[in-house]
Design a protein around this ligand. Structure first.
Ligand code: CP
Length: 349
């Protein structure tokens, strides 16, 4: 863990294979903590975590707040509707208000791409100690979601040792509204870094073929890819081509709130062509786990039967894995800024 270099966590394009290994190892250890009785670790005692969600959230917000509490941090949350945003205060000034109250970590979600990055740059320029953890920005990035997805997949393939290399050569199919999905973008970075072969599938209106080149070059402003060799990315527009040979399938929510124009003829047609069901999964040729970041449009991305089938659906497992994954991120960020690592007493190695 001493090699952790990230002050802020904004995007997974900057993560190395060692970074993924550190998160998975720590998250898996936190996952084994008892969920009843004495659940708190002293790691973040005296630290203040502010959850600043300018866009709605159930899972990410609650699990970051629970993760912070389980590490003994103080937690402040913010509600846009009852805040001074309505009086014209800017997002950056709102965030800096929480820093002035002593926040050490700002978990930030915003509907616009780049807001967490702008805030991080602002804090660095001002010499502030506080760090930014991206809880999802626009279409760009949702790092903690992709990391909990990675833990879920790695544990599925090897429950005893969920390390990045267990994804090597696995065919992971991601279905649906790729163009509007920050979850898909973050998963592309994470899964290919672990050597997975990612197959994207969706209608042409939601999946431009250029996505096949998504991880081929580092994003603008990033000098080099920290992962020397990535898995592949391919694009298909028909499930019949995408599913055969799959080792796992992830389906994504249709993000109607981000669709500025009519991109689908009807939800019924979408479900007919891209909806997952037990019957359709037979195309994989073997039993496979199905992931969805939530919230799910029941009967659109997948049938209700499939969503409720614990032998296939990983949706609740993903939610469970969200807390230890976010504990790992908070812990690593705190460790990076401390001379000594925060205490991990009572976690067996
Ligand atoms: N997956 C996800 O980000 O869910 P929430 O919007 O509920 O946080």
């Amino acid at each position: 863990m001493s090699g952790w270099q990230h002050r802020h966590i904004l995007d997974l394009s900057t993560f190395s294979t060692d970074d993924y290994a550190a998160v998975l190892q720590l998250a898996d250890r936190f996952r084994q903590l008892p969920v009843t009785g004495a659940r708190r670790l002293p790691a973040l005692q005296g630290r203040l975590v502010a959850s600043l969600f300018f866009e709605p959230s159930t899972r990410t917000r609650s699990s970051f707040e629970l993760a912070a509490k389980r590490l003994s941090a103080d937690v402040m949350s913010f509600s846009p509707s009852s805040s001074s945003l309505s009086k014209g205060e800017s997002v950056l000034d709102t965030a800096r208000t929480y820093v002035a109250m002593g926040a050490d970590v700002l978990v930030l979600r915003h509907r616009s791409t780049g807001v967490p990055q702008q805030l991080a740059e602002d804090l660095d320029r001002l010499g502030e100690r506080a760090v930014v953890l991206n809880g999802g920005d626009g279409l760009h990035s949702h790092p903690s979601q992709a990391l909990l997805d990675l833990l879920t997949l790695a544990r599925h393939f090897n429950p005893k040792q969920p390390t990045p290399d267990v994804l090597q050569g696995k065919r992971i199919v991601i279905v649906g509204d790729i163009i509007h999905s920050r979850v898909a973008r973050s998963n592309l970075w994470a899964l290919t870094a672990c050597g997975a072969d990612v197959v994207l599938c969706g209608p042409r209106s939601l999946l431009p073929t250029e996505f096949a080149d998504f991880v081929a070059a580092p994003p603008p402003g990033q000098a080099r890819d920290p992962v020397p060799e990535r898995g592949s990315v391919t694009v298909h527009h028909q499930l019949e081509q995408a599913l055969p040979g799959a080792d796992a399938v992830m389906t994504l929510r249709l993000q109607k709130e981000r669709m500025r124009q009519q991109l689908l003829t009807s939800l019924e047609r979408y479900h007919r062509d891209y909806g997952l069901s037990h019957q359709r999964l037979q195309l994989c040729g073997k039993p496979v786990p199905v992931l969805h970041p939530g919230p799910v449009n029941r009967g659109v991305e997948m049938t209700g039967d499939l969503l409720d089938d614990p032998h296939v659906s990983q949706v609740e497992e993903q939610v469970r894995n969200g807390v230890p994954t976010r504990m790992a991120l908070l812990y690593l960020m705190a460790a990076a800024e401390s001379v000594a690592e925060p205490s991990l007493v009572s976690i067996s190695s």
